[in-house]
Design a protein around this ligand. Structure first.
Ligand SMILES: Cc1cc2nc3c(=O)[nH]c(=O)nc-3n(C[C@H](O)[C@H](O)[C@H](O)COP(=O)(O)O)c2cc1C
Length: 180
């Protein structure tokens, strides 16, 4: 059953508002989404986080957008370093994304992030050795939207590290949700 329109403004609330709010959240969760690991770098600092709000924004230039929490370390490093990578992950490697929902430890000697081997491509942002494919992006623009900031980057390089038809992880393959 439809729920809405959603009540707005001071005084809005009550049981109906709560129900409409929960429905809105579930609809937002039901939007098909991928799951990615977004790598960032500033100087010698390397970092990666799990993200689902990743999408292509334009074809000319080839632009990728990622919605990042205002407080995320990723955002700070992208602001300072101006680069980020986006990795897809094999469906059978789903444990990988759990490693990057908290700030990872970078081991510069072993070149690992939370024990996962990483390397660089063109921009210097870390790319997971275990990724199925990667996009290496240079920051074009940051747009603040309250809780999250859209970071838009031009794709400077891209590649596959596994067979192109390897099934990649999507939100629906997990029991996780984000946003809503
Ligand atoms: C399934 C899932 C999807 C997520 N998607 C995003 C996302 O698209 N954007 C975001 O900012 N945080 C997302 N997160 C949260 C970040 O992975 C987590 O807050 C991360 O530690 C924040 O990044 P930081 O290490 O750069 O501070 C997601 C978490 C999970 C579990």
């Amino acid at each position: 059953m439809p729920e809405g329109p959603l009540p707005e403004g001071p005084g809005a609330g009550g049981e109906d508002a709560g129900k409409a709010d929960r429905t809105r959240r579930r609809v937002l969760w039901s939007l098909p989404a991928g799951l990615y690991v977004v790598g960032t770098r500033h100087g010698e600092r390397r970092h990666a986080m799990t993200a689902s709000w990743v999408t292509q924004l334009a074809t000319e230039p080839k632009l990728i957008g990622v919605g990042v929490e205002r407080e995320a370390l990723t955002l700070r490093l992208v602001r300072e370093g101006g680069v980020f990578s986006v990795c897809t992950v094999a469906r059978e490697d789903r444990a990988l994304v759990r490693k990057f929902v908290k700030p990872p430890v970078y081991d510069s000697a072993g070149r690992t992030l939370n024990g996962c081997a990483v390397h660089e491509e063109v921009t210097g942002a870390p790319v997971l050795d275990a990724a199925v494919a990667w996009l290496d992006c240079r920051l074009e623009r940051l747009v603040d939207f309250g809780s999250h900031t859209l970071m838009a980057g031009v794709v400077e390089a891209a590649g596959f590290q596994a067979a192109e038809d390897t099934p990649v992880l999507r939100m629906e393959d997990t029991r996780m949700n984000y946003g809503g």
